[in-house]
Write a protein that binds this ligand. Sequence first.
Ligand code: GLU
Length: 467
Amino acid sequence: MTIRTRFAPSPTGNLHLGSIRTALYSWLYTRNRGGEFVLRIEDTDQERSTKEATQNIMESMEWLGLDYDAGPFYQAERLDKYRQAAEQLIEEGSAYRCYCSKERLTELRDKQLANKEKPKYDGCCRDKNLPARADQPFVIRFRNDLEGSVSFEDQVLGPLSFQNSELDDLVIIRSDLFPTYNFCVVVDDLSMKITHVIRGADHINNTPRQINIFRAFKAEPPIYAHVPLILGKDGKLLSKRHGAVSVLQYRDDGYLPEALLNCLVRLGWSHGNQEIFSRDEIIKLFDIKDINKAAASFDPEKLLWLNRHYIKTLDSKVIADRLKPFMQELKIDYQTSGPTLEELVVGLRERAETLREMAIKSRYFYENFEQYEDDAKKHLTPEIIPFVEAFKQSLEKLDAWTDEALHQAIEEVAKQFGLKLGKIAQPIRVAVTGSTVSPPLNTTLRLIGKQNTLKRISAVLLYLAKT
Ligand code: GLU
C-alpha cells in the first residue's frame, strides 16, 4: 500500500506553528515510508479565505522545505464534485434535502437549550424524501445513524468511541450550494486516496462524523492520528499572547528553518533524549507511534538555543546566503567593500542568536559610524592616547593583514606599555567598532580592513584630543 498523507489548511490567516507541525508530521511520515504527501487548500469558506493566506501557506512550506508530491488542490475549484457526491448520497438514501427555515431551527435550538438538552436537528425532513425545488432554498443533510456507535483506533490517543446519538444530521451542502468542511474532507480524502490523516486534536469530534460519511460511501476510512495541541509555557493554548506564532514571522526575525523544524518536531515527538536532529535523521527516525499523547509546550528559549546551534554549525556559505535579505533590508552595502559575507559569518557566528542580529551587528564592517555608543565612551580616556598612537604606527608598518600578524601587533603594544591585553583591546575595539562588543579584536580588525582601521584610529585620536 502506498502511504498518502495530506496537509489541508484553511487559508484564513497566516500559517501558525500548530498547523505547520501537523504538516511536518504528515510529511515526515510519508518521507519515512516512501509515500506521497498531498497539499490541499480548504478554501470553501469564501468569506474568510484569502489569496494572501494561501500564499503565506506556500511560502511557509517552501521555507521549511516541506515539499509535496501532489497539489495544491483547491476545494473551491472542486465544488461540482462535492455537489455530485451529495446527490449520490441522496439517491442512496444516506442524505436528504431539508427545507426547515432558519426561524424554525432557531426556535428548536432555543427550546432545546431551555430544556437543558444538547441542541440537535430533530429530523423533521429526514424521512420525507423531499425533491429539489428551484423556488425554495434547502440544505442537504447527512442521514447519521440514530443508534450504535463509531469506534476507531487513534494512532496517538488510542481506542476512541462516540455514540451516534451524540452526532447530528449535519448539513453537508448549504443553501447557497457550498459544501461544508466535514463533507469536503471526506470526498477529498477518499478521492485522493489518503491512507493516514494526521491532524490537530481539535478535530477529534469531527472524526466520527467523517467516518460515518466514509461508510455511507461504502469506503474504509483512513487511519487517524490526532496530535495534541501546542501550549505556551504558561500551559495555555499557544496564541499571539505568547509572541510570534506565524511561521514566516520566525523567518523574518532571522531564525533558520533548520532550527524551527528541529524545534517543532520535538514538540510532541521524541527519540530518547536527543535534542538535535538533522532533516535526514528525523526522516529516518520518525514514526507516528512515537508522537506523545500529552500536549507539548513551546519554549522560545529552546528555539533560540537551536538557532544558535545551527548558526554556529551550518556551512558558512549557506548562512551567508540566508543573511543577504537581512543585509539588504538594513541597507548595508556588503558588496562594494568590506569583508565577504562568508568572512563576516565566520567572524560573527559565535556571537549572534539570529540572522537579523548578525546583520545588525555587521554594520561597522561596511560603514564608518558617526558616534561611539554611550556605554563605550568610558573606555576613551586621555590615558589611552600613547598606546593608541603606538599601535597605529605598528599597524601602518604591518605588511600582512592577517589574524596572526594583528594578534602579534596587539601583544607587542601591550608588552611595551606593560598593560594587560584587555586594557589595550577594549579601547581599540571601541575606536574601530563604536561599541564594546565584537569578535576577537584581531579578527575584527582584519575584517574591517587596513584602510578603515587606520582611518578610525586617527578619528579616535582626534576625538581624544578634543575631550
Ligand atoms: N482545514 C482544516 C483546518 O485547517 C483541516 C482539517 C483536516 O486536516 O482534516 O483545520
